[in-house]
Design a protein around this ligand. Structure first.
Ligand code: NAD
Length: 710
């Protein structure tokens, strides 16, 4: 079966319909390009063909490059040649003197948009869900099918760079406004009609950049404005990305250098930068986890097999505070009826008002309508009455982090629930197996750990207690997907996975302070490592008092269990600041002072912890911050807290922002190589303590070969 079917109409318009065999979406690779090459050849050589309309038989137009194939490339010649071959086909198509129209029936992303850009006109169905964009940068790549050259020649440098550097997609209305689309159509019939008509009215179509007197909109790289922009843009980008995302610099280079060259030479330059991106460890890390592992998770890799798919229709939430209110919002938004229960009616109503606030803002910004807002709000019922929970498929408790209160609400809710309903706790620290003791049906008890703010954070950490059944896990998993979040599944343990490993990052930063590392150097190292926030600022956000509370609780629990406990060296610093009332951002003082003008490191920090005369190299600080996390993640895998490498990587990036270019906390070890990791971790252990002793699992891989898998 061909990837592209050609049909010649009576009007002389050849319709090329892309439908890649064996794939749910059209992706750019050899097979699709061979089909398009045939279409271009027929257009160029058949005198009966007056024009070409390119469309798709799938729900998308074309979703982008074939990453399966790209991931197998090991030599730079492979991407370089593949890019050039694609461009040759597209050039043949756009320069043969006859009109070509892209009829976008669905998403045109990445290589898909690049194909459309090589058409003389682009018409899309006016469906707000249809996505148009160049998201390559998000996987450490750049548009390599001529996109870095056609976009700025079509739109001007600034808007083109914005599209490619941010990687966000546009809906058809926005794309039309930007000049990326020629016109919109109401449905598929209208789309094809308009595409054919465009061909008929533009029999000798030519791309602007192939016209003899072509001028770049806004000017090419020689104009003073461009020279000024390019003298600062790379530095600004570099500061923002800390130099960790080479694709960003490569995109800037493609546009700048392309703006000095003719179109075909500019395309060659682009192919070279594309090859550099594909070969970079950053893109390999990101494609491996943010594409392959994420897709595997979404397809249910961590969901027990053999349990029928489920949907939550009615959800009960106990506790309408910050978390409960957020969970109510995201659930109602996914069409679920929500009962939001608190001890007092005004507290329950405040929880609902949180959704009202978010929705009012969305209406104001034009992202929602009054009707949609009212429909969503009607789905949330605030109450103090447990009887309202009757008929719930799932109840999530988000009351205070207190075992007795949690036990009390569990019993009260279960008394109202059908025996099949699932009960979940959103606890951030209390082991699920212990909480399940308050349940009369612990097999239906599970942890669903959301992150704050719930409407923004993409992850939910599902915690499986000792008695949680497979069916309960599958139903929890289905619910997380139903509300559009990404689930990772972990076994019960103190701090679960995310809080436990995240803690090693901030505590390592705090330990450095105690050793005499200058606080500013610690913060800079956090950013250089690619973390979204530096460690001391982050501890201020979550509050030092919470950190202390959890540490003391852990100490108490372990003592009760008769287990040894070694306190992290950074903990004494946290205690000292807490004693001085500096418990974090919420009181305006922690490691930083917070004023209306912003925040600055507390000047007394360097008096309390005088910086050593000899300051360590930045590289060492970065290594410590990252290896502390990666090693703890490996221990989680070794202890069976983590059930898969994919969950470990995605959980780290989505849960606490572990440097995405590293591909996640476990990929960090794989990319470095277990042997090199073990050697470096042992050096650090010798100098800073046993917390750096490499996880036995990694030591074994270092000795026997192989990578973290499964
Ligand atoms: P919060 O203090 O904002 O809200 C708790 C709510 O529970 C309050 O509205 C309170 O009135 C209500 N409540 C207390 N006792 C109740 C009872 N007996 N019956 C019904 N309602 C009762 O707290 P939060 O930040 O929303 O945290 C709630 C839970 O979520 C905690 O277990 C916390 O550990 C966990 N959690 C918090 C975060 C976070 O970032 N805040 C993140 C993940 C998990």
């Amino acid at each position: 079966m061909n990837a592209v079917t050609l049909t010649l109409g009576d009007d002389g318009i050849l319709v090329a319909t892309m439908d890649l065999p064996g794939r749910t979406m059209n992706v750019v690779g050899d097979t699709l390009m061979a089909g398009l090459a045939e279409a271009a050849e027929r257009l160029a050589t058949d005198p009966d063909v007056k024009g070409l309309v390119l469309t798709s038989a799938k729900s998308d137009f074309c979703a982008g490059g074939d990453l399966d194939n790209m991931f197998t490339w090991t030599r730079p010649e492979q991407p370089f040649e593949a890019c050039n071959a694609m461009k040759q086909v597209l050039r043949r198509m756009e320069t043969c003197g006859k009109p070509v129209v892209a009829a976008l029936n669905g998403h045109a992303l990445g290589g898909g948009l690049e194909i459309a850009l090589a058409c003389h006109a682009r018409i899309a169905i006016d469906d707000p869900r249809l996505k148009i964009g160049q998201p390559e940068v998000k996987l450490g790549l750049l548009p390599g099918g001529g996109g870095t050259q056609r976009l700025p020649r079509l739109l001007g440098m600034q808007p083109a760079l914005q599209l490619m550097l941010e990687g966000n997609d546009l809906n058809p209305q926005k794309a039309l406004g930007l000049g990326l689309l020629t016109e919109l159509a109401s449905d598929r019939n209208d789309l094809m009609f308009k595409a054919r008509s465009w061909c008929a009215t533009h029999p000798k179509a030519q791309q602007p950049w192939d016209a003899p007197k072509f001028r770049w909109p806004g000017g090419d790289s020689r104009t003073p404005a461009a020279l000024q922009m390019f003298s600062i843009a790379p530095s600004i980008a570099s500061v923002k990305s800390q130099g960790n995302y080479p694709a960003v610099q490569h995109i800037l280079s493609c546009v700048f250098e392309g703006g000095l060259l003719d179109f075909d030479n500019a395309c060659l330059v682009e192919s070279r930068y594309f090859a550099a991106c594909v070969m970079s460890p950053e893109s390999k890390n990101m494609i491996g986890s943010l594409w392959f592992q994420l897709n595997a998770i979404k397809r249910g890799a961590s969901r027990p097999q053999g349990v029928a798919p489920s949907k939550v229709r009615k959800l009960g939430i106990l506790g309408a505070g910050m978390m409960g209110a957020g969970i109510a919002y995201v659930s109602a938004k996914s069409g679920i009826d929500v009962v939001l229960l608190d001890t007092a009616m005004d507290a329950a109503e405040r929880g609902k008002a949180y959704s009202q606030g978010l929705l009012d803002h969305a209406v104001k910004k034009g992202r929602s309508t009054h009707d949609k807002r009212d429909a969503l709000l009607a789905k949330i019922t605030p109450t103090t009455d447990y009887a309202r929970l009757e008929g719930c498929d799932l109840v999530i408790e988000a009351v205070f982090e207190d075992r007795a209160i949690k036990a009390d609400v569990t019993a009260k809710a279960e008394a109202r629930l059908a025996p099949t309903a699932v009960f979940a706790s959103n606890t951030s620290t209390l082991p699920i197996t212990g909480l399940a003791k308050a349940s009369v049906r612990p097999a239906h008890f599970i942890g669903l750990h959301f992150f704050s703010p719930v409407d923004k954070m993409p992850l939910v950490e599902i915690i499986v207690g000792e008695q949680t059944s497979d069916e309960t896990l599958a139903r929890g998993f289905d619910y997380v997907l139903q509300i559009g979040k990404t689930p990772i599944v972990v076994n019960d343990s103190r701090g679960f996975y995310t809080s436990r490993v995240f803690g090693t990052y901030v505590m390592e930063g705090i330990a450095m302070l105690k050793e005499g590392v200058h606080p500013r150097s610690i913060e800079v190292a956090g950013l250089q490592a690619g973390m979204p926030m530096p460690p001391l600022a982050l501890q201020d956000e979550v509050s030092l008092s919470l950190g202390l509370f959890v540490a003391d609780q852990t100490k108490k629990d372990l003592a009760a269990e008769g287990k040894p406990h070694a306190e992290h060296p950074g903990m004494s610093v946290v205690r000292q600041l807490c004693e001085a009332g500096r418990i974090g951002k919420k009181v305006g003082k922690g490691f930083y002072d917070y004023t209306e003008d912003g925040k600055q490191l507390w000047p007394e920090l360097t008096t309390l912890y005088p910086p050593a005369a000899q300051q360590p190299e930045a590289r060492e600080l970065v290594d410590r911050l990252m290896i502390a996390q990666a090693n703890e993640a490996a221990r989680c895998l070794e202890e069976g807290v983590l059930r898969s490498v994919a969950d470990g990587n995605i959980g780290s990036i989505f849960g606490w922002g572990f440097a995405p270019f590293q591909g996640g906390a476990l990929q960090y070890i794989n990319a470095m190589g277990p042997a090199a990791f073990v050697a470096r971790a042992r050096e650090l252990a010798a100098r800073f303590g046993p917390r750096f002793e490499p996880a036995a699992l990694v030591v074994k891989l270092a000795e026997q070969g192989g990578l973290l898998k499964g």
